[in-house]
Design a protein around this ligand. Structure first.
Ligand code: DQA
Length: 143
């Protein structure tokens, strides 16, 4: 089964951007770790990142025909995007929402998540380990 790992705006700068909050691993590192783990778990992963809301929506639409689950870190769009929520509502598989930082410990505007209204599970504050934890959860739910 295929899992889409979808990352939103500014996460292309992971490792360079505010490392005191998001750590030193790059998005490439995260995807590489997930690919290795996916093989162990009998899953395949594809990964996408975009700084553009519409691109993220298009990726979710494509996943309707290809993926059994989506691991999404919508980044700042988490807190703003009804359109991403609507796209996820048109996806029938498992949706797991990941935040590298503990958004609940941060500014109050980060406490609200539109995506959580659809997500089957949410991980926040586990650093980039959240992605591999979400992948393990995908395996237990889907296999
Ligand atoms: C984030 C948290 C968001 O509030 C923020 O806008 C991000 C990253 C996280 O992974 O902790 O860009 O989703």
């Amino acid at each position: 089964k295929q899992i889409l790992i979808l990352n939103g705006p500014n996460l292309n700068l992971l490792g360079k951007r505010q490392p005191e909050i998001y750590g030193h691993d790059t998005l490439e590192d995260v995807v590489a770790n997930c690919s290795v783990l996916a093989e162990e778990l009998g899953l395949t992963v594809t990964a996408a990142q975009s700084n553009h809301e519409g691109d993220i929506i298009d990726q979710i639409h494509s996943a309707r025909d290809t993926a059994a689950g989506i691991i999404i870190n919508p980044a700042a769009f988490t807190h703003t995007s009804v359109a991403i929520l609507d796209a996820l509502n048109a996806f029938d598989g498992i949706v797991l929402e990941v935040h590298i930082s503990n958004v609940h410990k941060r500014e109050s505007f980060r406490h609200q998540s539109y995506v959580s209204l659809r997500a089957d599970g949410v991980i926040a504050g586990f650093g980039v380990e959240g992605y591999t934890l979400a992948l393990r959860r995908m395996a237990s739910v889907l296999t």
